[in-house]
Design a protein around this ligand. Structure first.
Ligand code: AKB
Length: 337
């Protein structure tokens, strides 16, 4: 008999850590954690099994398909926006072919089990391309400005549509056509700030890098202008959003893909906040025009009213409480250890 599991790809990443800790805390540890790298000690004891491997390895996915009954997939593996710009072909392979491999695995599993497989896909505000309308556009809804200007954004938008296709129209010309093999749910994440991990390869990394540098009293030169504004949230809210969306009744959901946001300070406003807690923080500017243009192509804010209506999304932390009750206590503790 195949063991029932929850499959998490990119399990060793920032969101992977937070999600595994939360699922474990909720008593769900029948987790198969798949990552390119060995699973870190911090989460090792909270999973059922770890597999070191590549989502592009079809033999490995076939093996997983034969050994396990997958109830839910959290497909977190991805190359982020800055890294994707340096290696666009590899980004397409990992972000698109990798996702198609996991969607195919989900449909095959659903067919063999005769059960719907739930599929979570982390999308991003990078699907938007503001084309210099950023300041006048305000908080944009999910159907506006979907003209990505980065490889990563193109990958994410296409994969959103791939997921919606697999959920509703997969094999629509086949005699055995049946919609609903997978229940595809996705969130367009803003920038995420974690107290426990520092992002790699993203372009929203300037705020997490800044506060982690301040906590270690090391110099940080921000690569975007002070007036740069984009949506953000802290990691506990990103995890809360995933859990709440995946727990919602399907009948509550009017769409597959949702905006969410908690706060959207400018880089300068964030510097002021950091200096409230680290008055001697050494923060300068070393502009990277190309990365600045990428952030300028992303919205200053997003409208998440549908997420609030459909599945009661509500962030626990605004900018002030994020610092006071999460970032400062956790980051200070982390660097004191
Ligand atoms: C990135 O910067 O690439 C990500 C994102 C905004 O999706 N953090």
């Amino acid at each position: 008999m195949r063991k029932k599991i929850i499959l998490i790809t990119g399990a060793n990443g920032e969101i992977g850590h937070g999600l595994i800790n939360a699922l474990h805390a909720n008593g769900m540890d029948n987790i198969l954690a798949l990552d390119l790298h060995p699973i870190s000690e911090e989460i090792e004891g909270k999973i059922q099994e770890a597999v070191i491997g590549n989502i592009l390895d079809k033999n490995l996915l076939e093996q997983i398909k034969s050994e396990y009954e997958i109830t839910t997939i959290y497909h977190l593996a991805a190359l982020l926006s800055t890294r994707a710009e340096f290696a666009p072909q590899m980004a397409h392979e990992v972000n698109v072919t990798g996702t198609l491999n996991l969607l195919t695995l989900a449909v095959d599993q659903a067919k063999s089990q005769g059960e719907t497989v739930k599929f979570f896909f982390p999308s991003s505000i990078a699907v938007y391309g503001m084309d210099h309308n950023k300041d006048m556009a305000g908080a944009i809804t999910e159907s506006e400005y979907c003209h990505p200007e980065t490889m990563y954004g193109c990958n994410k938008l296409y994969c959103e549509n791939l997921g919606i296709y697999h959920a509703n129209y997969y094999h629509r010309l086949a005699d055995d056509f049946k919609p609903g093999h997978i229940d595809f749910r996705s969130i367009r994440f803003p920038g995420i700030i974690s107290a426990m991990t520092i992002p790699t390869g993203g372009t929203s990394d300037f705020l997490p890098e800044m506060i982690h540098a301040a906590a270690q009293n090391i110099q940080y030169n921000c690569f975007v202008r002070n007036d740069t504004r984009m949506p953000f949230m802290v990691m506990p809210d990103a995890i809360l959003a995933i859990l709440n969306l995946m727990d919602a009744e399907k009948s509550q959901l009017s769409q597959h893909v949702y905006n969410i946001v908690a706060f959207n300070p400018s880089a300068g406003e964030f510097v002021d906040k950091v200096k409230e807690y680290f008055p001697h923080a050494k923060i300068g500017i070393s502009l990277n025009g190309k990365r600045q243009n990428m952030v300028d192509s992303w919205p200053a804010n997003v409208d998440d009213s549908v997420a609030r209506t459909d599945w009661n999304w509500l962030p626990e932390f605004d900018l002030d409480s994020a610092f006071k009750n999460y970032l400062i206590p956790k980051i200070t503790q982390r660097y004191e250890e």
